[in-house]
Design a protein around this ligand. Structure first.
Ligand code: NAD
Length: 387
């Protein structure tokens, strides 16, 4: 039996709730495909601050360095918004991405037929929507120095900086992905105003010359934001920098009907990081109503890109579709007044479908039989296949 080590960082708010269901489905996939996972659970975000006074404690750093893949819930807690930067939950997440060197964040946005009516957009606009957002993740405004506020607190600064190698490597991820899809890369910038965006555009254009079979177009971010809701089917691979990608991918969630549905994979040279795109959702935390599908679809990406187990990944993706086709809905994607199931039941149903094919029962998908594995680093593919 093949064995892998997965570091599980549930985090804050709904993070632990959705991660528990993602783990349930990962174990189910392991049972079905004869793969064993050793899960180490470690804190991040406000949970890290509470347990070790650090949003990315040393214990967590050590666990992710040992892991073949990292599964994350979400970070963020009300009350810590005004904490010093080194104690903010989000600082832990940024430090984790930097530690893993995961510079390419892949966010697939596919409108599923049974959920077309949950989007505020007209159904004809949603036909054929299948966008892969490739967001640069370890540079730009979120990491640039200098940053901070002056002593009086009346002036603040952040720095937007990118280098050619940083742009080239993420652009190659986008072009490689496009080759396995519909061969169109739309690069998004603000080159009419920002020098950094001009460098971005020049560099992406130069990388594009290495891919004559892939069409490249450039859009300003303001127009891209509009087009994403007015003509979303026009996009194939959308390549952009860190902050624009953060904002546009939340906008893209409107297309699919809920932020709770969207997964992501963050890839670099070592172990990948897999997490839903939503935050800790303090407004619904602890109620058992969060949609775990974004976290479960992140498990599919973990299996596909992190561990190179495409059959297991397909089984998870197919199980999500089957459960939605059968009418299961959490509150965020249910029609107003229609019955909804909770986080756990959604996870159980999806795990149940994953196991059904090999005749196992959901209850058999336990955590017994954990074994340890050598602490090797698993290589992440640099040419991700289309999700
Ligand atoms: P959010 O994504 O947590 O929530 C936005 C809205 O979407 C809320 O109404 C929430 O209830 C809903 N929602 C989110 N996930 C859902 C799910 N799985 N099922 C059903 N509904 C869901 O964004 P926010 O409210 O702007 O931020 C809350 C906290 O999360 C902040 O501290 C923020 O910094 C943090 N955050 C963390 C991440 C991350 O960990 N990657 C991402 C975004 C925001």
């Amino acid at each position: 039996m093949t064995q892998y080590s997965v570091a599980v960082l549930p985090g804050d708010g709904i993070g632990p709730e959705v991660t528990a269901e993602a783990e349930r489905v990962l174990r189910a996939a392991g049972q079905r495909f004869d793969v064993s996972f050793t899960m180490s659970h470690v804190p991040i975000g406000a949970a890290g601050v509470a347990s070790a006074g650090d949003p990315l404690p040393e214990e967590t750093r050590a666990a992710v360095r040992r892991a073949n893949a990292v599964l994350l819930g979400a970070v963020g807690a009300p009350g810590l918004e005004h904490a010093p930067r080194h104690l903010k939950p989000e600082t832990g997440l940024l430090a984790l991405r930097a530690l893993l060197g995961v510079y390419a964040n892949l966010r697939p946005v596919t409108v599923l037929a049974p959920l077309v009516d949950r989007s505020p957009l007209k159904p004809d606009r949603l036909e054929g929507v299948d966008v892969l957002i490739v967001r640069e993740l370890t540079g730009g405004l979120y990491y640039g120095e200098p940053r901070g506020r002056d002593a009086a607190g009346s002036r603040a600064v952040n720095t937007l900086v990118y280098t050619v190698p940083e742009i080239e490597r993420v652009a190659r991820v986008a072009f490689d992905a496009a080759r396995r899809r519909r061969r169109l890369v739309t690069s998004v910038d603000k080159a009419n105003v920002l020098e950094v965006s001009q460098l971005w555009r020049e560099t992406v254009t130069a990388v594009g010359c290495e891919y004559p079979d892939v069409r490249l177009e450039h859009l300003y971010v303001d127009y891209a934001a509009m087009r994403l809701v007015s003509d979303p089917a026009a996009f194939d691979v959308l390549l952009t920098e860190n902050m624009f990608g953060d904002i546009l991918s939340d906008e893209a969630a409107v297309l699919v009907g809920s932020l709770g549905l969207l997964p992501s994979a963050s890839l670099g040279a070592g172990a990948g990081l897999f997490e839903p795109i939503h935050g800790s959702a303090p407004d619904i935390a602890g109620k058992g109503v969060a949609n775990p599908i974004g976290a479960i679809a992140s498990v599919a990406m973990l299996l596909r890109y992190g561990l190179r187990l495409p059959e297991a990944a397909d089984a998870v993706d197919q199980a999500i579709r089957a459960v939605l086709d059968a009418g299961a809905r959490t509150r965020d994607i249910a029609e107003p007044g229609a019955p909804a199931i909770g986080t756990r039941e959604m996870g159980e149903r999806i795990a149940g479908v994953v196991l059904k094919e090999c005749g196992m029962r959901n209850a058999e998908c336990g955590i017994e039989g954990r074994t340890s594995i050598p602490h090797s680093t698993f290589r992440i593919p640099h040419s991700p296949e289309a999700p």
